[in-house]
Design a protein around this ligand. Structure first.
Ligand SMILES: [Zn+2]
Length: 329
């Protein structure tokens, strides 16, 4: 008798807590989808096109091009290092509510999987909007002592860091503009206008980089993770990264010795570290080789400690840091 009452109250408690879970799940949806209706509009989120961006560079494109006509959700919180991001179950569930998902395939495997399972119709992959390249393999062929871990990281796939090259980012911006026009034809003119304005800004940025890096004392820079391959190629520089494409990998002692030799040979002055990852390794390399340290921001997220409030400002800070490190005239 007692036992039965215990069981039934346990069931009741279970049912109650299930009810609470269901209730809070609804509340979560309501907060992001307040005016959502199932009627004629293709948009799930009231008047605005709901765009989910995977991480900061995608968010920047969505906000600049979407302007007032979109509401942007970002899967990677500010200050979180985006490589190998794990998604919360709710984030994966909420993904299905997006009108448009904008991401860069190959940098965040968990995001790639969640998007593939989301059932969202309008999925825009930035990697499909410009030519992707492998970086590091040519250098690897030259450097016999290159460590295996780094070789693995770069050989596994193409370099995803296309946003750090203003010309490639322009190609992506044009593709994103076209995708938003298609997803929301009522505001096509605005998306076209906003894309034009962004492309103009990116073109001015490209010109600043070209001119700012045309005449320098050295051409080689040392970074923490290999984020600047496209940028280096665009402006005729040599990137030497302490770790590989993925910032979590650890450099071997051999790689650290190599960097010391490269620094001496190429008259490197500075080892760059980043805002979202530890600067410990960069400082070790710099101390060993007697070099300065400075920040070169891969723009994988914007925080209060970023050297600028948005993509353009941080890219300009990066240019200033590169000019200083390379002894630009
Ligand atoms: Zn990266």
């Amino acid at each position: 008798m007692n036992a039965r009452r215990l069981i039934s109250s346990a069931i009741l408690a279970g049912a109650l807590s299930l009810g609470l879970v269901a209730l809070s799940a609804c509340a979560a949806f309501d907060s992001t989808d307040s005016a959502g209706t199932a009627d004629a509009s293709a948009k799930k989120s009231g008047g605005k096109l709901a765009v989910t961006a995977s991480f900061y560079p995608m968010r920047y494109l969505a906000e600049r091009i979407g302007g007032d006509h979109v509401s942007v959700t970002t899967l990677t919180k500010p200050g979180v290092e985006p490589h190998d991001l794990e998604l919360a179950p709710r984030q994966a569930a909420d993904l299905g509510e997006a009108d448009v998902v904008l991401y860069l395939k190959g940098i965040q495997p968990a995001v790639d999987d969640a998007i593939a399972q989301s059932g969202v119709k309008n999925v825009v992959d930035a990697a499909s909007l410009t030519a992707m390249e492998r970086h590091g393999t040519e250098a690897g062929a030259r450097e016999e002592t290159r460590d295996a871990e780094r070789a693995e990281a770069t050989a596994a796939g193409t370099d995803p860091h296309i946003w750090l090259d203003p010309v490639k980012f322009t190609e992506v911006a044009n593709g994103v503009g076209a995708a938003l026009e298609k997803a929301d034809p009522d505001h096509a003119a605005a998306y076209r206008r906003n894309t034009g304005s962004l492309v103009k800004d990116l073109s001015a940025l490209d010109t600043s980089y070209k001119q700012g890096l045309a005449d320098t004392g050295g051409r080689t820079f040392i970074t923490t993770h290999a984020a600047f391959g496209y940028l280096a190629e665009r402006y005729g520089l040599e990137q030497e990264a302490i770790t590989g494409i993925d910032p979590e990998s650890e450099p071997s002692p051999a790689r650290i010795r190599d960097l010391g030799a490269i620094a001496k040979r190429d008259k490197v002055t500075t080892v760059f570290f980043e805002t979202l990852t530890s600067d410990r390794t960069a400082r070790t390399v710099a101390d060993d080789a007697g070099l300065r340290t400075d920040v070169l921001d891969p723009l994988e997220g914007i925080t209060d400690s970023s050297k600028g409030d948005d993509y353009l400002q941080v890219m300009r800070s990066n240019l200033a840091a590169l000019r200083k490190a390379l002894g630009a005239k």
